[in-house]
Write a protein that binds this ligand. Structure first.
Ligand code: C5P
Ligand code: MG
Length: 165
């Protein structure tokens, strides 16, 4: 990308959705079976992939996913969020050619269910979507200590490096 000579860029993104009964709970492209509630959203409500997509765009000051996929549009209804991520990665290939993701560090805040036993599957799925090896994506889980029992939230940081850096 023109004018970016530092060799490294950081990205940060976050997302939150209200939890509702009868909705699937999808985190990092992994459907959490048995969850009583899932994200109330126009798309599949995958907070981790939404925060990740925003972090990638923010790293290059390319706006956010609301700019690419305006909420409320028919084509985004129940949209698989891996489609959003793929479109963002495509944009980066054209607007930030020669840059790669070094690693991703994320936190998902959710009171229930506990997600620890799904960690490996979520990390591997996100790494796979980014074309990264296992170990390049780390995801932590936190409760809100009961302060926000009706929402699920994700925060994502990542490091980008220019080829050769
Ligand atoms: O929020 P709190 O610090 O009490 O969470 C304790 C631990 O519970 C976390 O470090 C994490 O390992 C686990 N946890 C989880 N799934 C959640 C929330 C927390 O596995 N939804
Ligand atoms: Mg605690």
């Amino acid at each position: 990308m023109a004018g970016m000579d530092a060799g490294f860029r950081i990205g940060y993104g976050e997302d939150a959705h209200r939890l509702a009964a009868g909705r699937p709970l999808v985190v990092g492209g992994v459907r959490i079976e048995g969850a009583e509630r899932g994200a109330e959203a126009h798309s599949d409500g995958d907070v981790l992939l939404h925060a990740l997509a925003d972090a990638l765009l923010a790293a290059f000051a390319l706006g956010d996913i609301g700019k690419l996929f305006p909420p409320g549009e028919a084509r985004t209804r129940d949209l698989d969020s891996t489609v959003i991520l793929r479109e963002v990665l495509g944009r980066l290939r054209s607007r930030a050619a020669g840059w790669r993701v070094v690693n991703v560090a994320a936190v998902v805040t959710l009171d229930a269910p506990r997600l620890g036993r799904h960690r490996e599957r979520i990390e591997q799925r996100v790494a796979g979507l980014l074309g990264l090896p296992p170990g390049a994506v780390g995801v932590g889980f936190k409760t809100s200590e009961g302060l926000a029992p009706d929402h699920v939230q994700a925060r994502v940081t990542l490091l980008m490096a220019q080829s050769g850096a």
